[in-house]
Design a protein around this ligand. Structure first.
Ligand code: MSP
Length: 529
């Protein structure tokens, strides 16, 4: 619904690594959804940022011979700059080392302590530093971390524990009552079985290092505790809304129990933290739960796990400098559904760009605009006339329109369920049908016969009308291309929807184009060899 607030978050990224394909995937996906919602007229808040505390970051800083603060300042800036250069339209970038975050973390922990949900104890077991995760002996696989397969270390230290079991039953009920809370379905099932097995109380503080948010001192302990990095990190989703200053942003973007707003997009590896620990902590703090947690799959590169040691990571800035941002953005969601794992291969990337962007879109524009300039002085009009051969095109427009903007309940569109792949599968048939229409109408032949001028107009105007609609629908995925195409066609573009002057759902109907003069330009996409 128009003007309704919409809150989308990415995970905050650890600063021991620089942006890569995996983190870019998640950030771009959030950007696609943020743009989609803004285009519909919603008031969007898009949050991303960096996760800067914990043992792993302290170790990484030590290795580089830098103070933890200097180290995190440098890498956090690198994330921010990369996202800006990639055209990511985030509204806020939070760093967990910022005062505005730390004070909220301390405030909430104090609250949970007062509630009696936190107690002092001793943790003895295994710890995976790269994952910042506690494991029991029984959970290890071949003595290694069960999720990442790396070495774990034995730790024994005084910790504060969170009585998570107080909330797990209530969480199970919530999951059951809210089918779209954890998506995809398979991930929901994982969470449910994890909860049903019974969850042990979890550590929320550490004492064997100091790089963290100081834990509120209690009279039970003499040691200085710092927050366990995951509990510090998760709170970013609310601390960025400045809850201690005023409740305005929280009410608006976090929402209420009956109208939750927050949509957390995460990778499948961090599902348990988001879908179990975070909701339980929120319940303890008597705060509403997020609306949705969506866990996306993982990318491999040319069939191999992406890793620094293999040197096969894709650096998003240099990749997009070479191949273009829109091509990259589209490829990420065109290949497979977001809940699945997928492989990034240069061959598939090039094939996809050539088929969808160079041929289906770019070449269609070239062919039709060339003829329009040559034979009709570049004059664009909404198409008048009819032809049964056009029906597959108008049918494809109607089908895409229905699916994108009306399917499901108004408050839960396929894009909001991260069905990006499925949405693209509805939009691209418009272009395929248009290409078929052009081939069967052969406007280059019509152009040779002066008695066929009206038919030629109808064909070319129809093609440009179809291109106009498809590019508006594609704007969240390929914004620069869409802006350029609509500019050349002299048509209303995203800007007018964003500033409320036009209604996207109206504009994307057949026949809503306006008379204009075509501007010719360079091909939008070159074929990649
Ligand atoms: N700092 C935590 C998140 C805290 S959120 C409160 C963290 N950071 S991370 O930098 O290690 O990972 C961030 C995200 O990158 C995760 O969602 C993870 O799934 C994603 N990816 C890392 N490698 C990936 C792929 N190869 N493919 C897709 N996404 C991947 O975890």
């Amino acid at each position: 619904m128009k003007n309704e607030p919409f809150y989308i978050t990415t995970p905050i990224y650890y600063v021991n690594d620089v942006p890569h394909l995996g983190t870019a995937y998640c950030t771009i996906a959030a950007d696609v959804l943020a743009r989609f919602e803004r285009l519909l007229g919603r008031e969007v808040r898009f949050l991303t940022g960096t996760d800067e505390h914990g043992e792993k970051i302290q170790e990484a800083a030590n290795k580089k011979g830098l103070s933890a603060q200097a180290f995190t300042d440098e890498i956090s800036q690198q994330f921010k700059t990369t996202w800006l250069k990639l055209g990511i339209t985030f509204d806020d970038f939070i760093r967990t080392t910022e005062e505005r975050h730390k004070e909220v973390v301390q405030h909430y922990i104090q609250k949970a302590l007062q509630k009696g949900d936190i107690y002092l104890g001793e943790y003895e077991g295994w710890y995976c530093v790269p994952d910042e995760t506690f494991w029991t002996q029984a959970q290890l696989v071949d003595e290694k971390c069960p999720t990442c397969g790396r070495d774990v270390k034995k730790i024994k230290e005084e910790n504060y524990f969170f009585k998570i079991s107080r909330y797990t039953e209530k969480l199970l009920q919530h999951i059951d009552a809210n089918p779209g809370f954890i998506l995809p379905e398979s991930k929901k099932n994982e969470v449910v079985s994890f909860l049903k097995e019974g969850v042990r109380d979890i550590s929320v503080s550490r004492t064997s290092f100091t790089w963290g948010v100081p834990f509120p001192q209690t009279d039970q302990t003499k040691s200085q505790h710092v927050m366990y990095v995951w509990f510090d990190a998760l709170i970013n989703y609310i601390s960025a809304l400045s809850p201690l200053k005023s409740s305005e942003m929280v009410n608006k973007f976090w929402g209420t129990e009956s109208q939750p707003r927050a949509v957390h997009l995460i990778g499948k590896d961090i599902l348990r933290f988001h879908a179990v620990y975070w909701p339980c902590l929120l319940m303890s703090l008597e705060l509403p739960l997020p609306k949705r947690i969506f866990a996306h799959g993982w990318w491999t590169i040319e069939g191999k796990k992406m890793s620094k040691s293999l040197g096969n990571t894709i650096e998003p800035l240099s990749f997009t400098q070479q191949y273009g941002q829109d091509a990259f953005r589209l490829f990420l969601f065109r290949e497979f559904p977001m809940g699945h794992d997928g492989d990034f291969s240069l061959k598939n990337f090039k094939e996809r760009v050539n088929a969808d962007l160079a041929n289906n879109l770019g070449n269609l524009l070239n062919r039709s605009s060339g003829l329009l300039i040559k034979h009709l002085e570049g004059a664009i009009q909404p198409p008048t006339g009819s032809d049964p051969l056009l029906t597959p095109v108008t049918d494809a427009v109607i089908a895409a329109h229905e699916y994108l903007y009306a399917a499901g309940s108004l408050n839960d569109l396929p894009m909001e369920r991260f069905e990006f792949h499925e949405c693209l599968q509805k939009i691209f048939p418009i272009l395929t049908a248009l290409n078929k229409f052009v081939d069967s109408k052969a406007p280059w032949t019509l152009a040779k016969d002066p008695t066929k001028k009206i038919e030629l107009q109808f064909v070319l105007h129809s093609v440009l009308e179809g291109l106009r609609i498809a590019s508006l629908m594609l704007w969240p995925f390929i914004p620069a291309t869409s802006d350029e195409l609509l500019k050349r066609l002299g048509q209303i573009g995203a800007t007018e929807c964003l500033n409320g002057k036009s209604e996207l759902t109206e504009l994307t109907k057949w026949g809503k184009g306006r008379p204009a003069q075509l501007i010719q330009g360079q091909p939008l996409f070159m074929r990649l060899e």
